[in-house]
Design a protein around this ligand. Structure first.
Ligand code: GLN
Length: 241
């Protein structure tokens, strides 16, 4: 968004891709910008509407298999996200969002669906649904703090050579092979709900830094630090103090 005054955050298809409060990721990004003196606008794109290619960040949340297939069809029909990524836009996908950003996914309908191909990821149903608190060590480009969130998915994802994992699983399932999430350039994805950006402010700031073209200094917020501490403690089975 170099030179533009207002950051435009695209919340894609929240009526089908918005489980577990994932739409809250848009609020977190807008607030973290506003707290630093930037202006931000959340642009909701709904089913049936074309997807603009001019937004700065695109957010895709989680959803059940049918909703995910519907969303993938929509985003292939209106290729705004693909075009925006070619121009350097930032994308965050969560769970169903991760799976449909990949090259292909198969759900419980047993049909192989084509994804957007923005991540080198293929997803197949696992044997058992992963429903748990998930903790992962963050890898570069986010190697500072552990990632935490809640996961609920059947799909297991395998990364090809053009994507790197976002983290290494400490507790929970993630992609299903010990890795968690995927990154290709400015397209990032994770299995973490929470919303993930409320629970992992470093990830929110990584996305914002990519959007602005320079890293943002940390924002010290007592409530956010407290929330992280509480959730990390709960995920490791201890009581928060
Ligand atoms: N439908 C996908 C799965 O179960 C994604 C679920 C989700 O987004 N929570 O694997």
């Amino acid at each position: 968004m170099a030179g533009e005054s207002t950051a435009r955050i695209g919340l894609l298809l929240p009526e089908v891709l918005g489980t577990y409060g994932d739409s809250g990721n848009a609020t977190v990004l807008a607030k973290r910008l506003e707290w630093r003196g930037f202006e931000a606008e959340v642009v909701e794109v709904r089913l049936g509407e074309p997807v603009p290619s001019t937004l700065d960040i695109y957010l895709l949340g989680g959803g059940e298999d049918d909703a995910q297939a519907l969303a993938a069809d929509h985003l292939r029909k209106y290729p705004g996200v693909r075009r925006a990524v070619a121009n350097g836009a930032v994308v965050l996908g969560v769970c169903a969002g991760l799976q449909l950003l990949g090259t292909r996914f198969r759900g419980t309908d047993n049909v192989v669906h084509e994804g957007l191909g923005l991540l080198d990821v293929r997803t197949e149903p696992g044997e058992k649904r992963a429903v748990a608190e998930l903790v992962a060590t963050a890898l570069p480009p986010l190697d500072s703090e552990p990632l935490t969130g809640f996961e609920n998915h059947l799909g297991q994802s395998r990364l090809g050579p053009s994507s790197e994992p976002l983290g290494k699983v400490v507790r929970g399932t993630g992609n299903g092979d010990g890795t968690e999430g995927a990154v290709t350039g400015n397209v990032l994805a994770t299995y973490l709900h929470g919303p993930v950006l409320a629970r992992n402010p470093a990830l929110a700031d990584l996305l914002l830094g990519r959007m602005l073209g320079y890293p943002l200094p940390p924002l010290e917020l007592v409530e956010v630090a407290q929330l992280r501490h509480e959730r990390l403690t709960a995920a490791s089975g201890r009581r928060a103090r």
